[in-house]
Design a protein around this ligand. Sequence first.
Ligand code: HSE
Length: 312
Amino acid sequence: MPIQSATAFAPATVGNVGIGFDILGHTFPAIGDRVRAIRTAHPGVRIREITGIAADLPVEAARNTAGKAVLSLVESQALPFGIELAIEKGIPLGSGLGGSAASAVAAVVAANELLNQPLTRLELLKHAIQGEAVASGSLHADNISPSLFGGLVLTVGIDNPRIKQIPVPSGIRCVLVHPQFYLSTREARAMLNRDLPLSDVVWQTANLAGFLAGCYTNDLDLIRGAFEDVLIEPQRAGLIPGFAEVKRSAMEEGALGCSISGAGPSVFAWALESQSQAICAAMVRAFVRQGLACDQWIAPIGQEGARVVERQ
Ligand code: HSE
């Protein structure tokens, strides 16, 4: 008897991690999306339902990140049956926490299970990227890759992506504060200046290299010194009321670094476990002074990516 349905969970992500615009992200395991893929007699891909904390999403498969990703997967296979998707959102919409990526990733992992796993994770990545593009308007994998593979992940290339899981020094926590308002990823990308000073590009390159080297060598001072995103963060900071104060509060409490999670408005900080509670509280207070209510989480950089949680 073939599998009739499979459910997968895909974690939220911080992507980009400041200094690695569109190429570096990490898993944030505290929240995530679940997608159930159901075998149907009628060929094609349909969205059966969208539930959870962000149900107001397109139900036409080609316009939905999960639907588009599975359409891409199905087109690569000659399937004699169809697939319906039931999407349960656990990640707030427009939060900068990789919600569109998580739905796309959970959907392709669940669909692959339904087909008895014909595709590798790298092949699933290519289909999930197609889904992510529906939401953000461009192909990038800094949320998709960590949600699918787990950990702090560098993605090199798009057509033939290479994935590298970067070691994270032990004891690091990610503090995440989500001010409760919607920020359009598409708009936060469209407003970016494409022409940037060469000196800033050099500075950012050094920071990314230093950050990765610090991770490989457990050099927290190097990580702290390299954490600064000098290209994108200054352009987007104005989209988040109180961002400068939130960041200053985190750094004064001892954060290793603090930046915008993805396209925002969530703000994340890396911290030692012993300082993470105080850093989180200071960041929340700074947002509250702006009149913004927040969600807040503290979690390790998760090492586990998307997984099948149920099959029938
Ligand atoms: N790297 C992307 C950005 C993430 O910052 O625009 C959002 O999809």
